[in-house]
Write a protein that binds this ligand. Structure first.
Ligand SMILES: Cc1ncc(C[n+]2csc(CCOP(=O)(O)OP(=O)(O)O)c2C)c(N)n1
Length: 593
């Protein structure tokens, strides 16, 4: 519909220019700027945006009216939180900032969880929020809220637009800031008088503000040389590949360096997919629910090359016991991350791909690590990712994850909610490519999965997209499935339904003497019927036989499917390093805690 309207306006514009020179007669894709709102949209067009996610309302209406005249496709979500998560996933998958739009007041506050989520994971999004007219700001006007104040601590930068002539520049700058250097969320708050004000300002290319300190792409060469020597002299080296490797498109550099020098690789959770997990050198994910092998290797390494990781507490456990015998090389685009949590012996601030190329060029000798690789292979045998699947118990969630992985192509994108299901999706799916793991790693936001699957599918329409959700997480944002139906997005939502808020139940069992207060529901809605009510295909799988049948039906269906997998409610996520514990003291079952 938007395209039709844009065509109509373009036709109007071209008929207005009849009789002029051929150049001016040409119908362009760019909106004709007449007011501040047009300028906002022109800035997005100039930045190459073709999709926005959001919900309209009074204060943002001028911007939506400008969108009506644009070729940008807008996807109306059910809730602004969904818009922020969809934009976030779009940003992860495409590498370009996703755009979320909302009105003032509740529209803006509903975006807040998604903005905070993007901030924690360094995901590039730009949020455009409507605001009451400038003369009403501070009056407690209808739907007024201090969006700038609320979002200041959770954005890379935010802008209060003051003038129709410059609002387009504000948007371009916010866009540039979101995508340059360490990525993250930005906000532009748009008072209605500014978007309605007359202007014919020309759009400018997105560019972070001149004052923004984008770290130089290359790291200090002397430190690189010293780090390369340390690598060559190591006997127990490990590469720790983080989310910054994915964001910085450095996966190929990590892969070739690890293989050339025979260095085992652990990934962080945001780093899943940055190194192929089916490669011999892959030790899997490290941290709280990481593999035993990864956590043993992190603990016993004598050299750790951490790239694009902020060494967060879920990865390190107790920092005093983290990689105690290792020299640390830390590569990060954000100098503020270096030595923040773990002291770096070789601090290398710079772009992950570029610095890896520098390290590669400087490393002329491979470490003597044959014994170490034998040791990591031994740990793999000792701590395999296995689970029991007795026939007299309900279906194990790990089986569902593996079955979906097997039934889908290698580049399938996995989105998740938060809870046990997120961890099983991280542990039992084999990630082979970057930008295939789309999850709320840092903020841990339940309900992220369905809207994220929508954003991911819009960014990569030809790629299979699967969302793993818990019953609890699905109930937070599951209504967004109506958007997938309306937009004809062929996604598969797999609910790992244990009729518990399972991760809470697991912690209550382990740390609160099994007092399962408010975590056992023993009843959940009929999710298949709920999906059908929204217009999606609804499926239920109660047994091992029904799992592949349901998966096949979902993948064959041309449109969104929701599969309600009834899983063993008593299944727990292991291995587990308790919060603040030592990585090599992981528990393989509750009794070990
Ligand atoms: C928005 C939000 N509220 C609360 C929590 C705390 N929390 C973490 S996991 C969890 C339970 C999730 O239950 P469910 O979605 O059913 O997934 P399961 O653990 O059973 O796989 C809760 C309540 C959270 N992470 N996010």
């Amino acid at each position: 519909m938007t395209e039709q309207h844009a065509q109509q306006r373009n036709e109007e514009q071209s008929s207005e220019t009849e009789g002029q020179s051929p150049e001016t007669e040409e119908v362009t894709d760019q909106i004709d700027v007449q007011n501040g709102a047009d300028s906002v949209i022109a800035a997005l067009e100039t930045a190459g945006v073709n999709t926005t996610f959001g919900i309209q309302g009074g204060a943002i209406m001028p911007v939506f009216d400008a969108l009506y005249h644009s070729n940008i496709t807008h996807i109306s979500m059910s809730h602004e939180q969904g818009a922020a998560h969809a934009a976030d996933a779009y940003g992860i998958v495409s590498g370009k900032p996703g755009v979320a739009m909302a009105t003032s007041g509740p529209g803006a506050t509903n975006l807040v969880t998604g903005i905070a989520d993007a901030s924690m994971d360094s995901d590039p999004i730009i949020a455009l929020t409507g605001q009451v007219t400038s003369d009403m700001v501070g009056n407690d006007a209808f739907q007024e809220t201090d969006t700038i104040g609320i979002t200041a601590p959770i954005t890379k930068g935010n802008y209060f637009a003051t003038d129709a002539d410059t609002v387009g520049e504000d948007v371009s700058e916010a866009f540039g800031l979101a995508q340059e250097g360490r990525q993250g969320p930005t906000v532009v708050d748009l008072p209605k008088d500014v978007t309605q004000g007359d202007t014919d300002a020309e759009p400018v290319e997105p560019r972070a503000p001149a004052t923004h300190d984008v770290p130089t792409a290359e790291a200090d060469q002397e430190t690189v040389d010293a780090a390369a020597e340390a690598i060559a002299n190591a006997n127990k080296p490990v590469i720790l590949s983080g989310g910054g490797v994915v964001k910085g498109d450095a996966s190929e550099e990590i892969r070739s360096f690890a293989i050339e020098h025979g260095i085992p690789v652990v990934t962080t959770m945001p780093g899943l997919g940055s190194f192929p997990e089916d490669h011999d050198l892959s030790l899997g994910m490290g941290g709280m629910h990481g593999t035993g092998t990864a956590n043993m290797a992190l603990t016993h390494a004598d050299l750790l090359l951490g790239v694009g990781t902020r060494f967060d507490d879920r990865l390190t456990g107790d920092v005093k016991t983290f990689a105690p015998g290792a020299e640390i090389i830390h590569v990060d685009i954000d100098p503020a991350e270096i030595s923040k949590n773990i002291r770096a012996d070789y601090p290398l601030a710079g772009d992950a791909a570029t610095v890896m190329q520098q390290i590669d060029a400087a490393t002329t000798e491979s470490p003597d690590a044959a014994d170490w690789r034998e040791q990591t292979d031994e740990w793999k045998r000792q701590y395999p990712m296995e689970y029991d699947a007795p026939e007299d118990r309900p279906v194990k969630p790990q089986f569902v994850v593996e079955a979906l992985d097997e039934a889908t192509p290698d580049d399938t994108i996995v989105a998740t909610g938060v809870g046990q299901h997120q961890m099983w999706a991280a542990q039992y799916w084999t990630y082979r490519e970057p930008r295939t793991w789309v999850s709320s790693n840092g903020l841990g936001t339940m309900g992220y999965g369905v809207p994220a699957a929508i954003g991911a599918k819009v960014a990569a329409p030809d790629t299979e997209v699967v969302a793993f959700e818990g019953d609890g997480s699905f109930l937070m944002t599951g209504q967004e499935i109506s958007v997938a139906v309306r937009e004809e997005l062929d996604i598969t939502v797999a609910i790992l339904n244990n009729e518990y808020v399972g991760m809470i139940r697991q912690w209550q069992d382990a740390f609160y003497e099994e007092r399962r207060y408010q975590s056992e529901w023993s009843w959940t809605p009929d999710f298949a019927k709920l999906a059908e009510a929204y217009g999606a295909q609804g499926l239920t799988a109660m047994s091992y036989e029904e799992v592949p049948e349901a998966i096949e039906a979902a993948l064959e269906y041309d449109g969104p499917s929701v599969i309600d997998f009834h899983i063993d409610p008593e299944e727990d996520v292991y291995p587990m390093v308790p919060s603040g514990g030592a990585n090599d003291q992981f528990a393989l079952e509750e009794d070990h805690l």
